[in-house]
Design a protein around this ligand. Structure first.
Ligand code: NAD
Length: 296
């Protein structure tokens, strides 16, 4: 039987409408309008697109958003002093430093400068620690998107075996911490595979839920998936495609056509986790504004 498609665009539109409503209520009740500052260093076209999409989503939700752009060769001290200025700027409840930063900059040092109360990407070590403790304040957007997609599509991870491919600080590791937590949206048994896992398929074949975040185009093939599993594809990979006008197209980490004939539910790429990730950033920014307004 063909899998149900978990439509990230549709789900994101619903949640963004809810967020817009909550933004409007917060403004009426407390006069606080949530604000997001995005820091963009250099002229990487993909980063510029990501930041533009995030800002547009903020505007649509009734939030303030502003992008602060620095040259690619801006010294680390200049980036840090911008972050400190934004920490003190009451217009902004959330600060987003778009990664990757240029090679001469130590990303961890810059992220450590963001006030944990404005760290809506959940990347500051304090927020990582809170997540591990089971008392998250800002969950990184992509893991939050995966969890929300599971819950809203009726695939509660509780009691399930979830196999995650990828151990990055932005996706794999925080997602494992999130899904293994005690409480709603958690209670899963989590296996995390990475480049040093000898036989990834041995794990995925036993999974109720597979989350692919390895950045390897179509690496998850049908033989790696159990009949009736739920498959969440985080991967975004550009591959050559002679039939496309641009000469390339985006695919996920999952061989979508073959796997969707076997899975119970699956997310597409594009139109899956991506739109939901931006939505979770909006949710975190709203949450940060609520804290600042004393509303939570
Ligand atoms: P990353 O390169 O930092 O990490 C990839 C991880 O995958 C590594 O930990 C590595 O150990 C693991 N890995 C690589 N090959 C593997 C294999 N064959 N088997 C098992 N594990 C393997 O990447 P990232 O930042 O975590 O992103 C992963 C993918 O998700 C990328 O394609 C990225 O573009 C995409 N992404 C999408 C969103 C979204 O909003 N949809 C957000 C963030 C990242």
């Amino acid at each position: 039987m063909a899998a149900t498609i978990i439509d990230g665009r549709l789900m994101a539109a619903d949640i963004r409408a809810e967020i817009a409503q909550e933004v409007s209520e917060l403004r009426t009740q407390s006069g606080v309008q949530p604000g997001l500052a995005a820091v963009l260093v250099g002229d990487d076209p993909a980063s510029a697109v990501y930041v533009r999409n995030k800002r547009r989503a903020c505007d649509d939700a009734g939030m303030i958003s502003e992008t602060f752009t620095l040259d690619a060769d801006a010294p680390q001290e200049e980036i840090v002093s911008l972050v400190r200025r934004l920490n003190a700027d009451e217009r902004f409840h959330g600060i987003l430093v778009q990664l990757p930063l240029p090679g001469h900059v130590d990303e961890r040092d810059v992220i450590a400068e963001i006030s944990p109360d404005k760290d809506v990407d959940g990347m500051h070590p304090v927020n990582g620690g809170r997540l591990l403790e089971g008392r998250p304040r800002f969950v990184p957007a992509t893991p939050a998107a995966v969890q929300t997609m599971l819950m809203r599509s009726g695939a509660d991870p509780a009691g399930k075996h979830v196999v995650i491919l990828g151990r990055s600080n932005i996706v794999g590791k925080p997602l494992a911490a999130l899904l293994m937590q005690r409480g709603p949206g958690g209670n899963a048994t989590v296996t995390l595979c990475h480049t040093a896992t000898p036989d990834v398929a041995e794990h995925t074949r036993r999974a109720d839920v597979v989350v692919a975040a390895a950045g390897r185009p179509r690496m998850v093939t049908a033989d790696m998936i159990r009949e009736g599993a739920v498959v969440i594809d985080v991967g975004i990979n550009r591959v050559p495609d002679a039939s496309a006008k641009s000469g390339s197209r985006l695919v996920g980490d999952v061989d979508f056509d073959a796997v969707s004939a076997k899975a119970r539910a699956i997310t597409p790429v594009p139109g899956g986790v991506g739109p939901m990730t931006i939505t979770m950033l909006l949710r975190n920014t709203l949450q940060a504004a609520r804290y600042a307004a004393g509303a939570d």
